[in-house]
Design a protein around this ligand. Structure first.
Ligand code: FAD
Ligand code: NA
Length: 384
């Protein structure tokens, strides 16, 4: 077999960025992907009956303050001027998020100025000291006071973790920013937008190079395909972006993840909720949020005006066989991660990258940025 100069396992943003950089430097790269499409979790596709672009593995919003990543992304796609905003339904009423002066004044039926809202929150938050809080509840109350914590944080977080808030560790939240202005723009980054032609077009353009061969439906651990782990490790340089514990056959124990379940529906209305994402803060609604995908692309005039696509999102702990989405990061996970890091050090010729390969949540811009520096610092010289 004519083997490639570099094998990349996984075609998400991390793997494709490595492949693109290596191909541009003249290497012949093969990317193998277990799924039947490229793109990893950022993959999207049109819902067939409406043409509305749906993000298959959960809504993806691109935002970055990293100029290098922004310039790199713009080589493959233009971005719309989309600005992300989130609302939440609590007790039969809709409030803006993140918690801001509008949320506070609506909740307390008041007309606080920034200064008097600050005083109010400081007063409410004095019940506990955030530094010594033992539970999520104590920490939430310490940061924003009991009324706002109970309305907007307790139920939502309990649903995310399928665990009563009183039993969750304080570490589940590090900070709860409150904005003392009416600004409810969700992200603070310099650049934000959605890819004009969709995520899949962007991802496919990254892989569109004569030096890159993509093999779909190809699992690294499947010994019936030639570029499997047993056959290639030590034979050629490899970038592995699949699950870290799976690579080492769970030698140090499984790492735990949360997963999401999506319930998609096409509805015979032009507009269901008037906004891309509505959170549901209360426990009596079983899902955490509803995405209405048409609102991510208000500029697409060809979207039908009599039908819409909504996706209800449910959150739970992942079992074997579920898609891993967010690292749980228990103390046991962190111990196991250290053991796996030692194993990766000893695994010569294999670079572990991306969110699954390093067991950490990475936004898209972080995955791209990490891949650009991995290429620059670990691979460029050693593969030339
Ligand atoms: P992935 O995209 O997971 O790619 C890994 C690839 O490896 C997958 O395609 C997988 O099939 C493949 N693979 C695994 N095992 C094997 C194997 N054995 N053989 C072959 N292939 C294999 N980021 C943002 O910036 N904004 C957002 O709004 C946002 N929302 C998100 C919402 C959700 C629900 C999730 C889960 C993530 C979100 N992200 C968001 C993060 C974004 O998805 C990641 O940054 C991106 O997926 C990271 O790319 P990656 O290449 O590291 O991993
Ligand atoms: Na406090």
């Amino acid at each position: 077999m004519n083997s490639p100069d570099l094998l990349v396992v996984g075609s998400g943003f991390f793997g494709l960025t490595i492949a693109e950089q290596a191909a541009a430097a003249g290497l012949r790269v093969t990317v193998i992907e277990r799924r039947s499409h490229v793109g990893g979790n950022a993959y999207s596709e049109p819902e067939p009956s409406t043409g509305i672009e749906v993000h298959r593995y959960g809504a993806h919003l691109f935002h970055t303050s990293n100029e290098k990543v922004w310039a790199y992304a713009n080589r493959f796609t233009a971005f719309t001027p989309y600005v992300h905003r989130v609302y939440t339904t609590h007790n039969g009423e809709v409030f803006p998020l993140p918690i801001n002066l509008g949320t506070i004044n609506q909740f307390f039926r008041a007309a606080h100025s920034p200064a008097s809202a600050r005083d109010l929150i400081a007063e409410l938050a004095s019940e506990f000291d955030a530094a010594t809080a033992q539970s999520l509840e104590e920490k939430g109350v310490a940061l924003i006071g009991r009324p706002l914590y109970e309305a907007f944080i307790a139920g939502y977080t309990a649903k995310q973790w399928q665990t009563p808030a009183s039993e969750l560790p304080a570490s589940v939240i590090s900070r709860l920013p409150v904005r003392y202005t009416y600004d409810n723009r969700y992200f603070n980054d310099t650049h934000e937008g959605l890819p004009v032609d969709g995520y899949t077009a962007w991802l496919e353009r990254m892989a569109d190079h004569p030096n890159i061969e993509v093999r779909l439906d190809t699992d690294f651990f499947d010994e019936s395909q030639p570029l499997n782990k047993r056959a290639v490790v030590g034979q050629l340089p490899i970038v592995y972006t699949g699950p870290l514990d799976r690579y080492f056959e769970f030698e140090a124990g499984p790492l735990s993840w949360r997963t999401l379940d999506f319930e998609q529906e096409v509805l015979p209305v032009g507009d269901f909720q008037g906004t891309p994402v509505m959170n549901f803060a209360d426990l009596d609604v079983p899902y955490t949020r509803i995405h209405e995908f048409r609102h991510f692309h208000p500029e697409r005039e060809w979207y039908p005006d009599d039908r819409t696509v909504i996706v209800r999102e449910y959150s739970r702990f992942a079992d074997q066989g579920d898609e891993p989405y967010y690292p749980v990061n228990t103390p046991t996970d962190r111990q196991r991660l250290l053991a796996y890091r030692e194993l990766t050090e000893a695994e010569k010729g294999v670079v572990f990258g991306g969110r699954l390969g390093t067991y950490q949540y990475l936004d898209m811009h972080m995955a791209i940025g990490a891949a650009l520096s991995t290429w620059e610092n670990k691979l460029r010289l050693s593969t030339n």
